[in-house]
Design a binder for this molecule. Structure first.
Ligand SMILES: Cc1ncc(C[n+]2csc(CCOP(=O)(O)OP(=O)(O)O)c2C)c(N)n1
Ligand SMILES: [Mg+2]
Length: 356
């Protein structure tokens, strides 16, 4: 999800890459092709590029989790979704699929109370979005999303459990979106009292308080950290600003995958391939259905799908015509009696009706 730039930095993405990506510079991860955080790094940092369509990353990350397991890796896939995004169809399809596959997958649902200008209460009738997990028979956690240590330990536990085969796991992190949806949104629809309540629970201030109370941070070390970050960010910003814009003649390159010169990603097998090769079967991997496809019965054209009470295609084509166009219309006089199953079903529904 594109709201997780913080997580990218934690994973090791350099600030310059994020700056350049936003400036659409040539040295950016996508060489200026995309202006937002739509980039990943499969090879080194193991980051899958986000997708703008809310929820779509859930089945994708489920696939990544399944692929890792198949290849014998001990990977756990993780992604984020918002409160709004958790109401999309693909959220439910993806999580159901992950649950059915027992995928080693951890999904963090950031409930920041707003989806653009829609408050969470207007789009979902649940107090706790973690309850969505119940529908898929998977475990979930609710965590104070503004408590850095709680989020860390909950996520760590969930990842360990997913790695041990207990996944997928849903974590609802309760939080708040302090600014608007984006720079163009002043978020005047947010009640003042609500903003004040959450501003008093700023996660960075709370974490600093925690570190001070644990004697892990004092004014001097705080200043050192802040100065270090300022220096790093200035250098990274300067690098990004001085990076060239992409040459116009490259505008149409790198749009489609062109094979080896595009990427060199290979599956990393960590188990013998033979282990997952299916045993030889005496049954041919061919399944023919009379009258289906472009065989004899269809006269070379698309075969009609026939149900129990319609004339089989081969019988109908028995007039010797080769072309589908010239065939006599079929299905007017059923050649066969409807199969028993259909009769039974009809009887059952008739008796149901009679009971009403
Ligand atoms: C399927 C889909 N519908 C609509 C959008 C447009 N859109 C982008 S972000 C957003 C709001 C998302 O709210 P939420 O999921 O709560 O995440 P938040 O922005 O609060 O982190 C919308 C409607 C989209 N990207 N994808
Ligand atoms: Mg939200």
């Amino acid at each position: 999800m594109i709201r997780n730039i913080g997580a990218l930095l934690v994973k090791g993405v350099r600030p310059r890459d994020i700056f350049m990506q936003h400036m659409a510079k040539y040295d950016s991860p996508t060489k200026g092709k995309d202006g937002t955080s739509h980039f990943g790094d499969l090879d080194v940092l193991h980051i899958v590029s986000p997708i703008s369509m809310l929820g779509d990353l859930i089945p994708v990350m489920t696939g990544v989790a399944m692929a890792g397991r198949y290849l014998g890796q001990k990977t756990v896939a993780m992604t984020w979704i918002g409160d709004g995004g958790s109401s999309t169809g693909v959220f439910h399809e993806g999580l159901n699929f992950a649950a059915a596959q027992k995928a080693p997958f951890v999904l963090i649902l950031e409930n920041n109370l707003w989806a653009y200008s829609t408050p969470v209460r207007k789009q979902v009738p649940l107090e706790n979005l973690a309850d969505r997990a119940k529908a898929y028979g998977i475990d979930s956690y609710i965590v104070d999303g503004n408590d850095v240590v709680a989020v860390y330990s909950t996520a760590k536990e969930a990842v360990e459990r997913a790695r041990a085969g207990e996944g997928p796991i849903l974590i609802e992190a309760k939080s708040f979106r302090r600014l608007g949806h984006a720079q163009h949104d002043p978020a005047e629809y947010v009640p003042k009292e609500m903003r004040a309540y959450w501003e008093a629970r700023d996660p960075i201030a709370l974490y600093e308080k925690f570190l001070s109370s644990e004697k892990l941070l004092d004014a001097k070390s705080k200043k050192e950290i802040e100065d270090k970050i300022d220096t790093l960010l200035s250098a990274e910003r300067d690098f990004a600003e001085n990076s060239p814009m992409p040459p116009a003649e490259l505008a149409e390159t790198g749009v489609y995958c062109t094979g080896d010169d595009c990427h060199k990603i290979q599956a990393k097998w960590e188990r013998p391939v033979a282990e997952v090769t299916p045993p030889r079967s005496s049954v041919k991997a061919v399944w023919t259905v009379p009258g289906f496809g472009s065989g004899k019965g269809s006269g070379g054209a698309n075969a009609p799908i026939h149900f129990g009470d319609t004339q089989p295609a081969e019988d109908a084509a028995g007039n010797g015509t080769k072309s589908g166009k010239d065939r006599k219309p079929r299905g007017k006089t059923p050649a066969k009696v409807a199969p028993k199953k259909t009769v039974k079903a009809g009887t059952a529904s008739a008796s149901r009706k009679a009971r009403r």
